[in-house]
Design a protein around this ligand. Structure first.
Ligand SMILES: Nc1ncnc2c1ncn2[C@@H]1O[C@H](COP(=O)(O)OP(=O)(O)OP(=O)(O)O)[C@@H](O)[C@H]1O
Ligand SMILES: [Mg+2]
Length: 290
């Protein structure tokens, strides 16, 4: 993808000024007028002979928060991992259909998975800092990638972007493992921000956190969407309703001996929670599921 405007390293040169962008006006355009970041067409994923998700179609829009909800095992993590090619790392995985990222085939022959993962960062359920200092956690990926500019400034910018700077600026050289769970998760977000991605995927980022840390992560997501496109998997319906602009409801389809995840409904979050089009969505969001 090196020749495409969206995936080239040249286009990926540092452009993000978190402080000034936070001052910028929020983009209030209606969803239909927004730019599409991911166009997902007929996506199916199997692990060996087990189909995990089948025939998913949806568009993910720029500078919005998209939530993925649904019962355990319906393929939410599988789906989100396809968006930055994390599933490539699973032996025996088969991915069908197409995902276009800014019009470029994410799985095309000239797409570089390493560059894809730099543009599309990921934060996991369990905070997973490296057993290194706070500073080195944030500086690690930029160092490996040889990103230009002052590392101190980059680390500070990422920690500020993740709303962690004030809490750690006096102990940057101390181990990240001494941070609280909520701080560790914000450090992981800072680590994702440090390589200046365009998209951040978050797979249940707050499910191991207390309510105060959860609220901090949710506030942070609202700030981040001015600069980034965010996709979040969550089991917490209130969280989806609070943070997401768009919500995708996945469910498990049982067909004879097969069980696989399907996308039941995708719409603006208010519609999903107040007048869903599908009975299965309604049952799930009102707690009548299962
Ligand atoms: N690495 C893997 N190897 C083999 N099968 C997998 C792998 N990851 C997921 N699966 C299978 O794919 C299906 C969907 O799993 P996935 O983790 O995507 O669901 P989920 O919706 O994220 O569930 P949860 O809410 O419990 O996190 C499950 O049947 C699961 O066993
Ligand atoms: Mg999951």
């Amino acid at each position: 993808m090196s020749e495409t405007p969206h995936m080239s390293t040249e286009a990926a040169a540092p452009t993000i000024d978190v402080a000034s962008s936070i001052r910028a006006e929020a983009d209030e355009r209606p969803v239909a007028k927004r730019d599409v970041v991911f166009n997902i067409d007929d996506l199916s994923v199997a692990y060996g002979s087990n189909v995990a998700v089948k025939r998913v179609n949806l568009d993910i829009y720029k500078n919005l928060i998209t939530a993925v909800i649904g019962p355990s095992g319906c393929g939410k993590s599988t789906f989100i991992r396809c968006l930055n090619r994390m599933n490539d790392l699973v032996p025996g995985v088969k991915i069908g259909g197409t995902i276009h990222y800014h019009g470029e085939d994410l799985y095309g022959a000239d797409a570089d998975p390493v560059e894809v993962r730099r543009r599309i960062g990921m934060v996991f359920q369990k905070p997973n800092p490296f057993p290194k200092s706070i500073y080195d956690n944030v500086a690690f990926a930029p160092k490996v990638l040889g990103l230009p500019g002052s590392m101190d400034e980059r680390v500070e910018r990422a920690l500020k972007g993740a709303a962690l700077w004030d809490e750690v600026k006096d102990r940057l050289k101390r181990t990240a493992l001494a941070l609280s769970g909520g701080q560790q998760q914000r450090l992981c977000i800072a680590r994702a921000l440090a390589v200046e991605p365009e998209v951040i995927l978050l797979d249940e980022p707050a499910s191991a956190l207390d309510p105060i840390s959860t609220a901090a992560i949710e506030d942070l997501m609202h700030e981040l969407k001015r600069d980034y496109t965010l996709v979040i998997v969550t089991h917490n319906m209130q969280q989806a309703a609070r943070v997401a602009d768009m919500t995708a409801f996945f469910s498990l389809e049982v067909a004879e001996a097969d069980r696989y995840g399907i996308l039941v409904e995708y719409d603006e979050t208010t519609n999903i929670f107040t007048h869903p089009a599908d009975k299965r969505t309604e049952d799930y969001v009102t707690g009548r599921f299962g």
